[in-house]
Write a protein that binds this ligand. Structure first.
Ligand code: SF4
Ligand code: SF4
Length: 69
């Protein structure tokens, strides 16, 4: 599973493009305190813990946990 630090995220969408499971989306309802619409994981159960999202994020906003822990 992953967690995304909304205050670090600037909504660039790189993580949504790179995720092989397609479980990250940019949420367009509530911006963070800097005014960015941020990424959210929509289905952590299907995360493959491949780390691609964390590697590509330029703002180190994503933390990956292996095995759902
Ligand atoms: S670790 Fe891999 S499968 Fe999980 S959300 Fe990130 S890119 Fe997607
Ligand atoms: S790559 Fe990082 S900054 Fe860009 S949308 Fe994903 S979490 Fe946010």
């Amino acid at each position: 599973m992953i967690t995304i630090n909304r205050e670090r995220c600037k909504g660039c969408g790189l993580c949504t493009d790179v995720c092989p499971a397609k479980i990250i989306m940019i949420k367009h309802d509530k911006p963070n305190s800097k005014g960015y619409y941020t990424a959210e994981c929509t289905d952590n159960e299907h995360c493959r813990s491949c780390r691609m999202c964390g590697i590509i994020c330029p703002d180190c906003a994503i933390t990956i946990y292996k095995g759902g822990k």
